[in-house]
Design a protein around this ligand. Sequence first.
Ligand SMILES: C[S@@+](CC[C@H](N)C(=O)[O-])C[C@H]1O[C@@H](n2cnc3c(N)ncnc32)[C@H](O)[C@@H]1O
Length: 310
Amino acid sequence: MTVQAASAHAATPENVAALIDKVIEDNPMHRNFVTRALANVTAAELAHLDAYIDFCKQKGLTIDYLAECYLTIVGDTLREQIYFQKHKKYRYSTFAEIGDSVYFNEEYMSFYMYGLAITSYLWPNHLDLFRFFRETLPAAKTGKYLEIGPGHGYFFMTAMEESKFDTFTGVDISETSIAQTRALIDHFGADKNSFDLLCMDFLKTDLPENGFDAVVMGEVLEHVEQPELFLKQIARLANKDAHIFVSTCINAPAVDHIYLFNNPEELAKMFDACGLRIKSQLIRPYEGKTEEESLAQLLPINVAYVLEKK
Ligand SMILES: C[S@@+](CC[C@H](N)C(=O)[O-])C[C@H]1O[C@@H](n2cnc3c(N)ncnc32)[C@H](O)[C@@H]1O
C-alpha cells in the first residue's frame, strides 16, 4: 500500500489502495474528494469493492484502465454539469442522440459501466443509494426477481447473494451491460439460483403480467424519453405485494440523461399516475447542501424509492 491510500484510510485493502493512488496520480484535483469519500466507506464495503476490483483484474483489466473508467465518469459528469448550469436543461433529450455513442458503443459503455460500479462506493451519494437498496431488499422473500437495466450488474449480483428469490431476470438494452452482468455473476458464483439475462428494450419485452415478486430499476428513468411507460409496465408486471425499488435523479446531468426531473413532487405525481404508491424514500441532496438549497441552485439530488402497487 502506498502512502497516499494509507493516509486516506488506515485499513484500505490492496486493490482499493492501488486504484485510489492511480486516480489521484492521474487527477490530483480529485484527491480531497476521494480521500473524504473513502473515510465514509465501512471496512465491509471496502472489502466488497476490493473483491470487485479483483474480479476486474481476473478479467484482464488493469488498475490503470479502471482508474481511467472512473475518471471518465468524473470528467464527463463535470462537463455536463457545466452545460446544465448554463442552459438549465440536459444536453440531449432523445434516445436517438445517445444510443449509438453510449449503450451500443462497446468501448465507451465498458468504461462507463466499470466506472459506475466503482462510484457505488466512491461517491457518497451513490453509496447512500446502494445502502438503501441493500437495507430495503426483502432478504427472506421468495419468488421471482426482475431487474431493468442492471448495467454493471452489481445490484443484480448483490440481490442474488443477499436474498432468497428463486429466479432472477435481468433486462438491458445494451449487450455490453448484459455481458458485464453475466461475467460478474459467473465470477461470484451465485450458482444456487437460476438467472436469465435478456438483451432488449424493456418496453418491448413480453414478460408475464403480475409475474414478479420484486422489480428493481436503478438509474434508468432519467435515461428514457417516456419514464411513465416504464413505470406503468412495472406496475403491470409486479404482483400485488411485490417489492418495487426505483432510483433516479433530479437536476443531475450525465452524457446519457435525457429526461429531466425538476423536483421530487414530479416523481411522486408520476408514480401515482402509473398505479404505484411510495412506501419509503431516500432523498439525497447535493453534498453539503439541504434539499431546498440543492433545488434552488439546480444541484443534483439522488432519489430512491420503495414502491407498492396501488
Ligand atoms: C446508468 S445504467 C444503471 C446501472 C445500474 N442499474 C445502477 O443503478 O447503477 C442504465 C442502464 O439502463 C439500460 N437501459 C437504458 N434504456 C433501456 C431500455 N429501454 N431497456 C432496458 N435497459 C435500458 C442501459 O443500457 C444501462 O445498462
